[in-house]
Design a protein around this ligand. Structure first.
Ligand SMILES: [Zn+2]
Length: 395
């Protein structure tokens, strides 16, 4: 919600007026100098929307404000051209409304169009969330990273490294919405006060690593050469539910230089719906963008969300640090998911991350069944994952 500064207003005053922590108001207005507000300047108030209201007989600011438990001055602020002593019936005014429910519904076919619409909605409501394009997919879709918070501890989550595991994006986005609601409304999640995380943690999220692949699985092959090529790789089969790779048939989670040669030896030798590790490591723009991001951000902890199995892979060749065990034990406690240290699988993002940075990295396999997991499991998976999200912030 936008407001226009009046004489004597301050960001601190807005924080009191709307009962939103000052830090979120400051961070929602990066171009604004809090000590030099100009009259008429626009300031964004996170976690609020302005809603139209039509004046009825007997209405006063006091009556409207008290029935909605908002302050009279918040009405005055939003309606600076209205004379409260003279409001004709039928006059349209603006009423500030605190946002207390989600705009993200993860329980739907969550392709890149839905993602972008939800991202736009969240960024408008919560302008303190930072959004950046970290690269483009093969088809030129932006690979979006979100950042929330400003702590020295950088925690990273990603989803949909594998196309037919797109439900991971939906789970991440719905939790992000719940986190933003809890932050701005001073609420807890599972009894935990999440407010302090904002100052302690910088949360980095890439919700959809493989947007072309996700759209292929959910919406079918796109018009043009990329769609034709994918159809050919899929042996002419129009059903893409088994597709894990990016649009040109490279498995992005087999692309990393961490014993990549072992995978190259035993996996498909050419583009394929799944498992082809590429002709070399790091040939695909999506895999490269994620490697560069790890280098840039220096994650303290990395969680890659996949499906399925209700297990958490947490080791790589014994190179993981001792804290990895402590953290994965907590993940198990809060989710019931089974930790697995080593498995005969290489060249994944988690493997490479542990190899290069020696920091805790995890592949979290959500849910149980055959990929793509049906949406009927969404709510259950979401409930299981909340604890892991929170633990990744406090551990
Ligand atoms: Zn996967």
């Amino acid at each position: 919600m936008d407001v226009n500064v009046r004489s004597g207003d301050s960001l601190w005053y807005y924080s009191q007026l709307f009962n939103v922590p000052l830090t979120f108001i400051i961070d929602s207005n990066p171009g604004v100098d809090p000590s030099a507000l100009a009259i008429g300047q626009t300031v964004r108030i996170p976690g609020y929307r302005s809603e139209p209201y039509t004046i009825e007989a007997g209405d006063t600011f006091w009556k409207i404000a008290s029935s909605r438990r908002i302050s009279m001055d918040s009405l005055a602020l939003l309606n600076q051209n209205v004379n409260p002593q003279n409001m004709p019936i039928g006059l349209l005014i603006q009423v500030p409304s605190r946002v207390t429910s989600r705009i993200v519904n993860g329980n739907q076919s969550y392709d890149s169009t839905v993602l972008n619409s939800d991202l736009n909605g969240l960024l408008a409501l919560y302008p303190f969330v930072r959004s950046e394009s970290i690269g483009q997919s093969v088809m030129g879709k932006d690979l979006i990273e979100l950042q929330i918070g400003k702590g020295p501890k950088v925690v990273h989550w990603n989803g949909s490294f594998h196309a037919n595991e797109w439900i991971t994006t939906a789970v991440i986005m719905q939790f992000l919405n719940d986190y933003l609601l809890a932050l701005t409304n001073g609420e807890t999640i599972r009894g935990l006060d999440v407010g302090p995380f904002y100052e302690e943690v910088t949360l980095s999220i890439v919700p959809m690593v493989d947007p072309d692949g996700v759209d292929l699985v959910l919406d079918g092959p796109p018009q043009g050469p990329f769609g034709e090529q994918a159809l050919q790789i899929n042996n002419g089969n129009m059903a893409f539910s088994g597709w894990k790779a990016n649009i040109r048939g490279v498995d992005l989670n087999n692309q990393y230089p961490a014993n990549w040669e072992i995978e190259a030896e035993r996996k498909p030798k050419e583009p394929s719906p799944r498992d082809f590790p590429g002709y070399q490591p790091l040939t695909e723009p999506e895999a490269i963008a994620m490697a560069e991001l790890a280098q840039e951000r220096q994650f303290e902890k990395m969680l890659a969300f996949h499906t399925q199995g209700e297990v958490i892979y947490w080791g790589y060749e014994g190179l993981e640090p001792p804290q990895s065990l402590v953290i994965v034990n907590e993940f198990e406690r809060v989710s019931g998911y089974q930790p697995i240290r080593n498995v005969y699988s290489f060249a994944g993002y988690k493997d490479w991350f542990i190899l290069v940075y020696r920091k805790p990295g995890f592949t979290v396999e959500l849910g149980r069944g055959v990929n793509p997991l049906p949406l009927s499991q969404f709510d259950e998976i979401y409930q299981e994952t909340i604890g892991i999200f929170l633990a990744s912030l406090y551990m």
